[in-house]
Design a protein. Structure first.
Lengths: 496, 498
């Protein structure tokens, strides 16, 4: 697998469909598997992919986690969308070509009516484009009533009508014919219309502009074909009360965008001479001079606005796809998981279990109160700075420890009654092996039967947990004469 | 007796931090976390590494083997390790170890070598298993590591620590002490006085409760160990800050989406218009709506927890185990939750006014001022009145009936339209986020937030934020388009950053 790209890429319908489908599939997967997959995915994201690049991160995630099923879904989605586009282009070409053959039909009896060409490739085109713009205007641009609901006026009525005849309404019909997974995905898109609605609308608008471009391109091609390979004569005729002066002014206005080119501007003579009336004979000589004007009309008011609309719609479609991708249900969770695992400090190896404690042949040392009998002689050892008759541990050297043990052994050997040896230890410090070593050496030096008490000194009292820890650890010594006594003294200053 | 404090090296030369160089250009710094048993070494590692799987227990010997926690960026060929933490078992026979070293050393010059010989001599033997585990990575000739010596600042300093610190000094590696107060008692000053004699740097850090900036401060302090570690650790800080930003943004998006869903949530059922209305059905729909909202909130909580790498965190859920002392545990529909998380009457009126005025302002704009701002004034007044009316009230679950296009009637419960409702949701989400974002991976147990302890965090929005939120909520109720969600996410990102 390759690391994710840094720059945000354009979002396509395939990405949106794939993400929706992938996240639906995740719902059925074990949570741990999803977390682990995204942890690995996060590590494959480019290190410098900024967190605010949600789209780029989601696209990268799609790329990294893609499996054959999803790749196939993408191919089928792309194929489906391409088929729709190709179908629309084909329809556009057929309509455009046939419309041109009809508009520019010339059999020598009557010239091609310029008014007709202007209407079909200029005025009608611009009117349809205006309706498209009305359709995509934000809600706020439509006048509102006081309560915030859209006012019922001509514009809103027209808009509602357009929405009613929108091909998007055919979506539910389309659902019935879609195969398995595509149908499921399409249903998902419908269910979450709020997320995908904009993208769907822009997809339809983009398609409609593609169709229009195909229409105008085919009409233009047919027109050029007729100009090149046949003889065409143009004239103008209208029932409206429009004289040559007015028509010349109109053509001058129409030709304004390309007037600076110095051609395709119909002259007064041409306008004047090319007016014709049905059933009346006409002189075709010189009437072919209209064709550059018609060509420029078809280019300027036909195909170019549609190309511009297609480019703008494509850009807005991409934005809508990006927004839909970001707010696809579950996408936020993916981003969250990617964020969490973008830099990971987890251990490379599983934690080893602690060494099992050797089973003790004696029970854990009992916790008993300190001996209070006046006849019992007690010798105390302070571990690591605790005050007592003898010192051990802490700042004492091992030699000094051994000397302490020897001194105690000698005392015990010479005593009439066996004393109790009490090792005062800090309950809040864990019983490290050093203490166990000391107790083992002490037992060896004293011999069996001499009671040794480990007095736990707390802050101020040993806690239950501390006592249990000491009990468990001392039990590993298997010393039946070893007991634990809770001490009551507060910790004493260490003799550092 | 401790030896004199080593002379601190000259200040390191600053290096550019604007780019993170590749792994081939430098070795990643390594830090071995050592100390007496039960001083919180594993807690510190869990917090800094963000690994909740580290075993933490009061019994000594929980950590039996040294474990590496590399902070990695990327994977495969593009993988980069920013730094590595190594968790180790605690010292068990420090004095015996030191005695061995003293016995086998010929002088100060061969001390580090003596430690290496100690490790080699006792590797695999039962004499010093823990000392070998903790010293081996420090004196590893291929990748020597810095030392983080951890002590428990809540227990008194004692002489039993001296041998450990002497051994660490023998390794010759740069070292730093971390005073980690595990309990309530405070012996920090004593510890500082003692540690200052052995370590150039001694920091106090509660490994379990350390907030993110404190964690970064500690990382930056690691950079003072060696000049050539400063840059990688600055890079690491940068990466972690980026991750934190990404986590916060992701959490903001999750909360925004959840709020949008919850503001529009409803429960519906087709009914026969000719039959009398069944009260049980109303109750069932209300229960269904409340269940939906609780579930949505829980899902959001779980996702936010995943964003901060706390998946599967235990949480007190009110309808499962009600506990009125815990803010997070309060049921969404309880009177306590609404009083605690909802806006105060004054704020509610202002928020309602802002939302109403915003809507009225749109009307004025479209009438090109012919209304003489009547829309703004009336809208603001209506919003304020709604805010005053709803102050102190718990969630009301509105029931409506609607004729369906295809015939029949639908009984609908929700969405909840009270102005206070989104603020209750928002403040709960903010409080939960704060608890999760500040939770370290050394913390164990359920996520618990007590109302008394965290009351200051509730209703923390200032006037501008409240107004902005009120306007966005009003829009969201009708239209949760990506644009509105993005605007709310940006506002939430600011609130979460605060």
């Amino acid at each position: 697998m390759t690391p994710a790209r840094r720059e945000p890429a354009p979002v396509s319908a395939r990405d949106v469909v794939e993400l929706g489908w992938a996240l639906q599939q995740d719902d059925a997967k074990p949570r741990t598997a999803v977390l682990e997959r995204d942890r690995l995915a996060a590590q494959q994201l480019a290190a410098d992919l900024p967190p605010e690049h949600h789209t780029a991160r989601l696209l990268a995630w799609l790329r990294i986690t893609r499996d054959p099923d999803r790749a196939q879904l993408r191919r089928r989605t792309a194929a489906g969308l391409s088929a729709v586009t190709a179908g629309l282009v084909l329809i556009g070409i057929i309509l455009g070509y046939t419309s041109a053959l009809a508009v520019f039909a010339y059999d020598g009896n009557q010239p091609v009516n310029i008014v007709c060409a202007l209407l079909v490739y200029g005025i009608a085109n611009l009117a349809l484009l205006a309706l498209t713009i009305l359709l995509v205007l934000p809600q706020q641009a439509i006048p509102l009533k006081r309560d915030g609901e859209p006012k019922e006026n001509f514009l809103t009525g027209l808009r509602d009508a357009l929405l009613w005849i929108s091909p998007g309404r055919l979506g539910s019909l389309l659902l019935r014919v879609l195969p398995g997974d595509l149908k499921h995905t399409a249903q998902h898109l419908q269910t979450h219309h709020r997320v995908y609605g904009h993208a769907q609308a822009w997809q339809i608008i983009t398609w409609s502009q593609t169709l229009a471009i195909a229409f105008h391109a085919a009409a233009l091609a047919a027109f050029l074909q007729l100009v090149l390979f046949t003889d065409l004569a143009f004239g103008w005729a209208t029932t409206l009360d429009l004289g040559p002066e007015s028509f010349h002014t109109l053509t001058a206005w129409i030709a304004l965008p390309w007037s600076w080119l110095g051609f395709a501007n119909p002259s007064w003579t041409l306008v004047h001479d090319s007016r014709f009336f049905r059933g009346q004979p006409f002189d075709a000589n010189g009437l072919q001079a209209w064709w550059p004007f018609v060509l420029m009309v078809m280019l300027t008011y036909g195909i170019l606005p549609r190309i511009a609309a297609r480019i703008i719609a494509g850009l807005l479609l991409n934005r809508a796809f990006a927004a839909a991708l970001r707010w696809t249900p579950g996408a936020g969770e993916v981003l969250a998981r990617l964020a969490a695992a973008s830099a990971t400090g987890q251990a490379t190896t599983p934690e080893a279990s602690p060494e099992p404690t050797a089973p003790s042949s004696t029970p854990a040392p009992e916790t008993t109160p300190a001996p209070t009998s006046p006849t019992t002689h007690t010798l105390t050892i302070g571990w690591a700075g605790l005050s007592a008759d003898h010192a051990a541990g802490g700042a004492q050297s091992l030699e000094q420890d051994r000397a302490t043990i020897q001194a105690l052994a000698d005392t015990v050997a010479n005593a009439d009654t066996p004393p109790v040896i009490t090792l005062r230890v800090k309950a809040y410090e864990p019983p490290v092996l050093e203490i166990l070593d000391f107790l083992t050496d002490l037992r060896q030096a004293l011999g069996d039967a001499i009671p040794i008490h480990a007095e736990l000194v707390g802050q101020p009292q040993p806690t239950t947990t501390q006592t249990q820890v000491w009990q468990q650890r001392l039990a590993t010594l298997n010393d039946p004469w070893l007991r634990i006594t809770p001490g009551s003294s507060p910790p004493e200053p260490a003799d550092a | 007796m401790p030896e004199p404090k080593p002379t601190p090296p000259s200040p390191p030369t600053p290096k550019p931090t604007d780019s993170i160089r590749g792994p081939a250009t430098r070795p990643a710094p390594r830090f071995v976390v050592v100390g007496h048993p039960n001083t919180g070494k594993s807690s510190l590692v869990a917090t800094l590494a963000g690994d909740a799987s580290v075993r933490i227990a009061p019994e000594p010997g929980t950590t039996a083997k040294a474990r590496e926690f590399p902070m990695r960026l990327g994977s495969g060929d593009s993988s980069q390790t920013l730094y590595t933490l190594i968790d180790t078992p605690g010292f068990q026979r420090a004095r015996r170890c030191l005695a061995w070293l003293e016995q086998h050393s010929t002088g100060p010059a061969d001390r580090a070598d003596t430690v290496r010989r100690f490790v080699a001599a006792h590797q695999g033997t039962p004499d010093f298993p823990d000392e070998v585990e903790l010293l081996a990575p420090i004196v590893n000739a291929d990748a020597p590591a810095g030392v983080l010596y951890v002590v428990d600042g809540s227990t008194p300093y004692g002489p039993e620590y001296e041998a450990e610190m002497q051994i660490l000094r023998w390794t010759g590696q740069p070292s730093m002490a971390v005073i980690n107060p595990i309990g309530d008692a405070d012996h920090t000053d004593d510890w500082k006085a003692a540690l200052d004699q052995f370590f150039k740097i001694a920091r106090v850090l509660d490994a379990v409760a350390a907030r993110f900036p404190q964690q970064l401060d500690l990382l930056r302090a690691f950079g003072q160990f060696r000049d050539d570690w400063r840059q990688p650790l600055d890079d690491a800080v940068q990466v972690l800050q980026q991750r934190r930003t990404a986590q916060r943004r992701a959490a903001a998006g999750l909360i925004a989406q959840s709020l949008a869903d919850m503001l529009q949530a409803q429960a519906t059922r087709k009914v026969d218009p000719d039959k009398p209305e069944d009260p049980a059905l109303r109750e069932a729909l209300q229960t269904e709506l409340m269940g939906k909202l609780r579930k949505a909130e829980r899902r959001c909580h779980a996702a936010v927890e995943e964003a901060y790498d706390h998946p599967g965190l235990d949480r007190e859920e009110a309808d499962l185990s009600p506990d009125t002392t815990q803010a997070i545990g309060l049921d969404l529909f309880s009177q306590e939750a609404w009083l605690l998380f909802g806006l105060k009457p004054k704020h509610l009126i202002l928020a309602g006014m802002a939302g109403g005025a915003a809507t009225g302002g749109i009307v004025d704009a479209h009438l090109l001022g012919q209304s003489l701002l009547a829309g703004t004034l009336l809208g603001g007044a209506a919003g304020a009145a709604a805010g005053w009316w709803s102050a102190g009230k718990v969630a009301k679950l509105p029931m409506t009936t609607q004729r369906l296009l295809g015939g029949g009637t639908e009984l609908r419960c929700g969405p909840i339209t009270q102005p206070n409702f989104p603020f209750v949701l928002l403040n709960r989400a903010l409080l939960h986020h704060a608890a999760v974002a500040n939770r370290t991976h050394a913390m164990r147990g359920s996520l618990v937030i007590h109302t008394d302890a965290d009351a200051g965090q509730l209703n923390s929005l200032n006037d501008d934020q409240r107004k902005q939120a009120a306007t966005l909520f009003k829009t969201l109720r009708k239209d949760n388009t990506p644009e509105t969600l993005t605007a709310l996410t940006e506002l939430l990102d600011t609130l979460l950053a605060d």
